[in-house]
Design a protein around this ligand. Structure first.
Ligand SMILES: Nc1nc2c(ncn2[C@@H]2O[C@H](COP(=O)(O)OP(=O)(O)OP(=O)(O)O)[C@@H](O)[C@H]2O)c(=O)[nH]1
Ligand SMILES: [Mg+2]
Length: 692
């Protein structure tokens, strides 16, 4: 493979709602660019990007995968991301490390929930975007309706640079309304043939061209001046305007096609290399000097010191851990020592390689902007910054979202507990949205994640990669506990009968924090009534006691404890004694502060055919849900609302039977709320029963 300078690189993430054809589009790009002889097909399980058996079985992407193509003397690294909300963290991590996003929208469905989610996230990252309306060959495809849904539901100036010729089974090409030529895709390999613009689209082309020119000049003042003075602009000037508009985020160009039939794909790739920014065109990346709050930045060029961020980790039972990273500055070659500033450790980069799905292609060296992989680093995982040892810098990472669904897991064969723990630990290296713990009360192993599909996939991977089989049991609701009142309380631990005794004594002010406030600790000791060395022990004792609330054993949150007074004994005091005193004081204090149970509330999005609306809303109300808004999408209704997680643990089968299998839903964690007393009583009673 040729070597590419930073400015000839393009890093794009393909994002969008589930099933819009992202993986198919990537496969088509590989095929049209001549990289593959036959296009990989999601439906046959032959996609090189959906290569995991769990993906092939479901025909759904569950993990981001990458490949690259060479197009017009550029190297385009393509990251195919999963559309399912269970795997949204992976998609976000990829978006954080590319230079632009291609948002794929289905020509039949238009904008969907996950489209909005990724759109907003890309917006927060100020990431240049391009829209591809896919599946134009399908029955009921409607380019203009999809465009309408974009205009009404997504923020930003989305401007078609192409219009379709025909639709559904008559879809045969697109009109380039900038160059004013028609492109027909009757070649099975996706090459285009240009021709005259058909008469029946002429009028639309003229209207959209005028709007397009307005949109382009509006995003560039200089161009606007020239346009107002001269009345006309050259195609090259418009192209420069498009490029500038995309980079600044003021313009989002749109194209349409069919990934399955390789239509519009070569034009999309032309747009990628001609319009989308290279790493050099992006703003310098900023970070902090490790161990300080001082800001620093790295320029995207090869003369800056090396810096990179890991955005994906793959746990391979044989090859060990593979880390995928983006180089932000400098260069990197094999056998180079680097510093991991996130973990404060030294690592040695061994062989580096580019990825084509699961295939590894050795790379000699990397330049700023390259995306590549390395195996066998000791501790480095997703989100970590690695850099030149002499020029440390720390980049921000995306914190994994809180888990929303938990299952108890038990081994199918006795004595497999150890194997379960070690294999889940390996899987957690590649998936930071998993969490695993052993419930201290019930001794159950609890696996938590982003939803049912997420956990099921994890269990399948465990079996495939590590040969461990487990059963899943009913999900548990992650309740929490908090307080509503304040108190001043003493925690005193004293054992002074014969020999060396134990003595710790503290006074605590306990008060509630607003919802989501977590935990705060304030050391307000004056005059050394408790010596400095024992005060952190008080906090430790409290933090430990918080793990299991007094109501029903759930973690206690949203409160502040101030250590205000106390006393000590010169001989008998110890860290241990103060830790116990802190924990005793906390437990006693919480009782006096009106402890209460918090339950998780989720945002729910339910999509159903119109005729089921009444039933579904009635049912949602009976689950203590609140409807917050409604949207229509064709003859489908989208109900948006909030509902306690406890009420929808088994929602999937219920919705299915209510809507004859035609309803779908997704949900995501929103916040915690105080549970109504009758629910709290039930939960507390159940926990007491289990305890007995
Ligand atoms: N008719 C038609 N079908 C398509 C087209 N592109 C994709 N499909 C089909 O749509 C389905 C979903 O395609 P995928 O490529 O897996 O979609 P995806 O966006 O990667 O889906 P997730 O990975 O689950 O988010 C498959 O059955 C594809 O064959 C297209 O252009 N036309
Ligand atoms: Mg996919």
């Amino acid at each position: 493979m040729a070597k590419y300078e930073s400015k000839a690189l393009r890093n794009v993430a393909i994002v969008g709602h589930g099933g819009t054809g992202k993986t198919s589009l990537c496969e088509s790009m590989l095929y049209v660019a001549g990289k593959t002889d036959r296009p990989g097909r999601v439906d046959d399980g032959t996609s090189s990007l959906d290569y995991e058996p769990e993906e092939q079985k479901r025909h759904v992407s569950i993990s981001a995968a990458l490949s690259f193509v060479e197009w017009e003397k550029h190297k385009v690294t393509i990251i195919d991301t999963p559309g399912d909300s269970n795997f949204a963290y992976d998609t976000k991590s990829c978006l954080q490390n590319v230079d632009s996003a291609i948002v794929v929208i289905d020509a039949v469905a238009g904008v969907e929930f996950q489209t909005e989610m990724v759109w907003e996230f890309a917006g927060e990252l100020k990431l240049p975007r391009l829209v591809y309306i896919n599946r134009m060959d399908r029955d009921r495809a409607d380019f203009f309706k999809a465009l309408e849904s974009i205009k009404s539901r997504l923020v930003g100036k989305v401007t078609p640079l192409f219009l379709p010729i025909g639709v559904a089974d008559t879809f045969k090409g697109i009109v380039d309304i900038l160059e004013m030529k028609a492109l027909f895709f009757d070649d099975p390999k996706g090459a285009s043939k240009s021709g005259n613009i058909p008469a029946d689209v002429q009028e639309a082309v003229e209207n959209y061209r005028a709007t397009m020119i307005d949109d382009i000049v509006e995003s560039d003042d200089q161009l606007m001046d020239r346009y107002l003075n001269e009345g006309e602009l050259s195609i090259d000037e418009l192209k420069t305007g498009i490029k500038k508009g995309i980079a600044s985020g003021s313009l989002i160009p749109l194209i349409c096609g069919s990934a399955l039939k390789h239509m519009g794909v070569s034009s999309l790739m032309d747009m990628i290399v001609n319009y989308l920014p290279s790493p050099v065109d992006r703003a310098p990346i900023s970070g902090t000097v490790p161990g300080t709050d001082n800001r620093d930045e790295r320029l995207p060029d090869i003369s800056s010191p090396f810096s990179a961020r890991v955005f994906k980790t793959i746990a391979d039972p044989y090859a060990g851990r593979v880390n995928i990273f983006r180089v932000y500055s400098g260069t990197l070659s094999s056998d180079t020592p680097v510093l991991n500033t996130t973990r404060k450790i030294n690592e040695k980069i061994g062989n580096i390689f580019f990825l084509e799905g699961k295939v590894q292609k050795p790379a000699e060296s990397l330049v700023a902007g390259d995306i590549a992989a390395v195996a066998k680093l000791k501790e480095t995982v997703t989100g970590d910054t690695i850099c030149n040892e002499k020029a440390p810098i720390l980049f921000q990472k995306i914190t994994p979202p809180p888990t929303i669904m938990s299952f108890a897991i038990e081994p199918k064969s006795r004595g497999d507990e150890e194997k379960i723990v070690s294999s889940i630990n390996r899987l957690m290296e590649e998936d930071p949205t998993l969490s695993f713990n052993r419930d201290r009360e019930t001794k159950e192993m609890i696996l938590s994640g982003m939803g049912q599909v997420h956990i099921e996939v994890t269990i399948e991977k465990m079996k495939r990669k590590f040969g461990v089989e487990v059963n899943l049991k009913t999900p548990k609701v992650p309740y929490k506990e908090t307080i509503k009142g304040k108190t001043n309380v003493q925690g005193k631990y004293k054992k002074q009968s014969g020999g060396r005794g134990q003595f710790g004594d503290c006074w605590l002010d306990i008060e509630p924090l607003p919802r989501g406030g977590g935990f705060e600790f304030a050391d307000k000791i004056v005059g050394g009534v408790i010596p400095q060395q024992y005060r952190p022990a008080v906090q430790k004792g409290i933090v430990e006691a918080m793990q299991e609330g007094i109501l029903a054993g759930y973690p206690v949150v949203d409160l502040k404890v101030s250590l205000v007074d106390g006393s000590y004994h010169t001989v008998d005091s110890s860290e241990m004694a103060f830790k116990i005193a802190g924990s005793m004081g906390f437990k006693k204090g919480v009782l006096a502060c009106q402890p209460t149970l918090l339950e998780p509330i989720v945002h729910i999005f339910i999509e159903i055919p119109e005729e089921y609306l009444g039933d579904v809303i009635g049912d949602l109300n009976s689950r203590r849900g609140r409807v917050q808004g409604m949207d229509s999408k064709g003859n489908h209704q989208i109900v948006k609302g909030q509902v306690p997680l406890a009420e929808i643990l088994k929602y999937a089968p219920d919705l299915r039977s209510m809507t004859s299998g035609r309803g779908t839903f997704t949900y995501e964690h929103s916040h915690y709320e105080e549970a109504p007393p009758y629910i709290a009583e039930k939960v507390i009673a159940e926990s007491k029963k289990e305890e007995e």
